[in-house]
Design a protein around this ligand. Structure first.
Ligand SMILES: [Mg+2]
Length: 395
């Protein structure tokens, strides 16, 4: 089998309510859908988050295309090395979502060529369903309380809330409201996205711990691991690394510093599914659990991750997902996308060959059109956020 073309379609899908983090807001997400065509008539699917922008992803895909067209898509290790080393992309982190989308499409092609689901290539089903957290948008306390109730009703085990974008009093008010709405059994994971200084982080987390936290995610800079370890040593709540653990080499550094109790791993930030499995293995060797991170994904990327997470024991906590925020998806059937597709916060491993998902042409056309007309509303490129977030750390 040979690759004949790499096709890319950016799409924009709206949220129910704005996603707000320490450095901006967006009203939906943009993903680039990738279709890898072959001379045997099979097409593999991949998806790249628009990170840092759809234009960067599209540019990276155009650069990668001559490296992969004509190649055997089932020589996946060779293909990703060609992109990284021959294509000299290995020093450029921004290329990773594009490379990961092509790599994922090759796993889809492998599965379609032999009639097996991708989970079978990564160790087989360790679990039949993959659990996700319920993403609670950081809005007014009353809205946060209502969303906590919705999460509990939907059967979620953990709610996720961004902190660090506003004053500590506001964060405390939101976490208190979330506990009130979601009830005593709900895990609450807070993510500061590096917004705090070490001293501020310790003070803030101790106040938030009054309401019971499951984990605190990246409270301080991801680039100062001794300080991350210092903060971890002074908190009772387990610390989840994220911005400090994008790649395998980053994860190794976090482990060497004893800087986290759990690590986020992400197939889009480190070249694809094979490296996602390797990331989990590195952390498993250190005795630590991992959580699947998401830059904001639709059904293709979610399905890809579900296959690997289902096959890997140390994904023991609810993973990052956008089901509570998204209004729709681009794949056929009830997979990914809105919360209605989840059962108790869980998605089943797709049974079909490859990734086991298909694009819905009508929805792809609709959301590609929305990208063409309104892309600016769906990115974090909000100039007003600069005034609210002048520097790292914020305080
Ligand atoms: Mg995070």
């Amino acid at each position: 089998m040979r690759i004949t073309a790499v096709r890319a379609t950016p799409v924009a899908v709206p949220y129910r309510s704005d996603e707000v983090w320490a450095f901006g807001r967006r009203s939906g997400l943009v993903s680039v859908l990738v279709e890898v065509d072959t001379d045997e008539g099979l097409t593999g699917l991949g998806e790249a988050a628009a990170y840092p922008s759809a234009d960067i992803v599209l540019g990276a895909l155009r650069s990668v295309e001559p490296l992969v067209v004509g190649s055997d898509p089932l020589r996946i290790e060779q293909l990703i090395q060609r992109i990284d080393v021959v294509g000299t992309w290995h020093h450029i982190g921004a290329s990773s979502p594009a490379a990961a989308a092509v790599e994922t499409a090759c796993w889809d092609l492998l599965g379609k060529s032999c009639g097996r689901p991708v989970v079978d290539f990564f160790g087989g089903r360790f679990r039949d369903e993959v659990e996700f957290f319920h993403y609670v948008a950081a809005g007014d306390a009353a809205d946060v309380r209502d969303e906590g109730r919705r999460a509990a009703k939907a059967g979620a085990r953990v709610c996720y809330l961004k902190v660090g974008a506003d004053s500590l009093d506001t964060d405390v008010e939101r976490v208190a409201a979330l506990r009130d709405g979601a009830g005593p059994a709900m895990g609450i994971r807070v993510d500061a996205n590096e917004a705090w200084s070490p001293g501020a982080a310790i003070r803030a987390v101790r106040e938030l711990e009054e309401y019971g936290l499951e984990m605190v995610e990246q409270p301080v800079s991801g680039r100062n691991l001794p300080e991350l370890a210092y903060v971890r040593g002074r908190l009772d709540t387990p610390l989840l690394a994220n911005e400090s653990s994008w790649t395998r080499s980053d994860q190794l550094a976090v482990l060497r510093h004893g800087a986290a109790d759990a690590l986020s791993v992400d197939q889009q930030m480190d070249g694809g599914l094979l490296n996602l499995k390797r990331s989990a293995g590195i952390c498993a060797a250190a005795g630590l659990p991992v959580v699947k991170h998401s830059l904001g994904e639709l059904g293709v990327a979610v399905a890809a991750a579900v296959h690997v997470v289902a096959a890997t024991p140390n994904f023991r906590y609810p993973n990052q997902g956008y089901g509570a925020l998204l209004t729709d998806d681009v794949v056929r059937g009830a997979f990914g996308g809105p919360l209605d597709n989840y059962r108790d916060g869980r998605l089943p491993v797709p049974d079909g060959p490859g990734l086991g998902v298909e694009l819905d042409p009508e929805k792809v056309a609709r959301y590609a059109d929305l990208y063409r007309t309104s892309a600016a509303d769906f990115t974090f490129h909000d100039p007003r956020a600069l005034l609210a977030a002048p520097a790292l750390p914020k305080r």
